[in-house]
Design a protein around this ligand. Structure first.
Ligand code: 4AD
Ligand code: MG
Length: 458
């Protein structure tokens, strides 16, 4: 018999004489002559209640149907006399797929701390909170593709293995087939798999640029890797990034796209994940609704970097990191601007060239580049992007100034030699977006199996 998802069963328009559901027991309550099982199969936040009368087929298995056990239930879908649910299942047959020893199963019917659940990341999706989170993550993935598809952007799969450092920031993981336990010769790289040094990508941008200068409007959405040794609640060594790139576009088009993107994602996900998001608004962050309104209802503030520095300097706050032209915005500054000063999203643009990547378009003032970062309350930077330098001579000069190896960027420079066009793009950290959406404050709790310095379990 085909099994029905619990989400489908609970939404049924009518009673059903026969139904089969399967899932994991959340709780069991035994009464005289019958028992209640609360069953969850991950299809939705809600459990379905199963009424088990003494003596039905498989009744002898009931004692083993403790919290965490995997079970298959046949029966009928009937109106529930209990409050809170329209339907329940009157079981006619019980089947035990896999028991879960009550004495050692770590997830008991109580609230567990995020730290504890992180240590059992293989089981945490079975809790209400993490089940909801990963359903939301999946819906958000779909909403990202939908946004770009509706606007005629082509999805491009950027490579994961790369020989170039997109950000020029030197935070790359090395990939090798050499045995690191043996002493390495000076030209070991030549003996390695690719005959040269290889890395995991930090961004799909450079590949996306090549495709934008052919297909016009493209985006990548894939895993990216950074060996930043910063053990913060906002940085992961492996995270997913959404990177649109489009031709015949400038920094203002880029800001427009980023704003439209965030607004549409929040609006659609609010509708589609209402029950799961309500859990976060109740238990994790009571300010979520107001935070969503602040993103959706009004235009984002757009602020040149110089003015942002003036606001910070005039704030009277004593920041840990100093402010002033040429200094990078730290999370404390970003949060002050978005959370305190403007109380909503802020796009800071035209950053000093020294603190930004080599590929950003140089402005006529000789000291800034057409870069933009979207800052949101509680997170700080959620999106980073720029108009790209499309002028061959300027780009070559910048690569040289920064001491980067031009041979790595030959193909990238060639895009400026043949049919170069103004173009722009941005990258949104998908986990940062999920933090914004759920109010979860640690990036480790919005990705299935987090990778951070000294943590590679699971
Ligand atoms: O600002 P970033 O470094 O920009 C780029 O990589 C560009 N190539 C993107 C582009 O223009 N196509 O990173 C983009 C975003 C950040 O705004 C942040 O949301 C996220 O990626 N991010 C991280 N998220 C989690 N962990 C990390 N270690 C992250 N580093 C960046
Ligand atoms: Mg950035």
């Amino acid at each position: 018999m085909k099994r029905t998802d619990i989400a489908t069963a609970l939404a049924s328009a009518s009673a059903l004489p026969s139904i089969s559901v399967a899932g994991w027991v959340r709780t069991r309550r035994d009464q005289k002559g019958f028992s209640f099982l609360e069953l969850n199969d991950g299809s939705c936040l809600a459990n379905i209640q199963v009424v088990v009368d003494e003596g039905i087929e498989g009744f002898g298995l009931l004692p083993e149907m403790t919290t965490g056990a995997a079970v298959v239930i046949r029966g009928s879908l009937v109106p529930s006399p209990g409050k809170g649910q329209a339907w329940e299942i009157k079981a006619s047959r019980l089947e035990l797929a896999g028991p879960a020893d009550a004495a050692t199963y770590p997830l008991q019917k109580k609230r567990h701390s995020d730290e504890f659940l992180r240590a059992i990341a293989h089981l945490r999706p079975r809790t209400n909170k993490y089940g909801a989170l990963f359903r939301i993550r999946s819906e958000a993935t779909f909403a990202v593709h939908e946004f770009f598809r509706e606007r005629g952007f082509t999805h491009v799969h950027a490579p994961i293995l790369t020989g170039s450092d997109c950000e020029g920031a030197g935070e790359m993981f090395r990939v090798t087939t050499l045995d690191l336990r043996q002493p390495l010769s000076k030209d070991a790289a030549e003996e390695d798999f690719f005959g040269k040094e290889a890395f995991l990508t930090v961004s799909g941008q450079l590949s996306a640029e090549a495709f934008a200068l052919a297909l016009g409007k493209v985006y990548t959405f894939g895993p990216t890797f950074r060996a930043e040794n910063s053990n913060t609640a906002r940085h992961a060594a492996e995270f997913w990034m959404v990177e649109p790139e489009f031709a015949f576009a400038d920094i203002h088009d880029d800001m427009d796209l980023a704003e439209e993107f965030l607004k549409q994602l929040i609006t659609r996900l609010r509708e589609r994940c209402a029950a799961d998001l309500a859990l976060f608004a109740t238990w994790v962050d009571k300010g979520l609704t107001a935070a969503f309104d602040a993103i959706v209802d009004k235009p984002f503030v757009r602020l040149p970097y110089g003015e942002a520095m003036d606001i910070l300097a005039a704030s009277g706050k004593s920041f840990e990191h100093p402010v002033g032209w040429g200094r990078d915005l730290q999370t404390e500054h970003e949060r002050y601007l978005a959370e305190k000063h403007f109380q909503g999203p802020v796009i800071v643009y035209d950053y000093p060239r020294e603190i930004k990547a080599f590929y950003m378009r140089q402005n006529d003032d000789g000291r800034s580049v057409a870069a933009m970062d979207v800052l949101v309350p509680r997170i700080g930077e959620i999106i980073g992007g720029s108009q790209r330098e499309e002028r061959l001579d300027r780009l070559e000069q910048r690569i040289e100034e920064l001491g980067l190896d031009p041979s790595c960027y030959q193909w990238y420079l060639e895009l400026r030699r043949f049919g170069s066009a103004p173009h722009a793009g941005f990258g949104m950290g998908f986990e940062r977006f999920l933090m914004l959406l759920t109010g979860v404050t640690n990036i480790r709790d919005v990705i299935p199996f987090p990778r951070t310095p000294r943590h590679l379990e699971f």
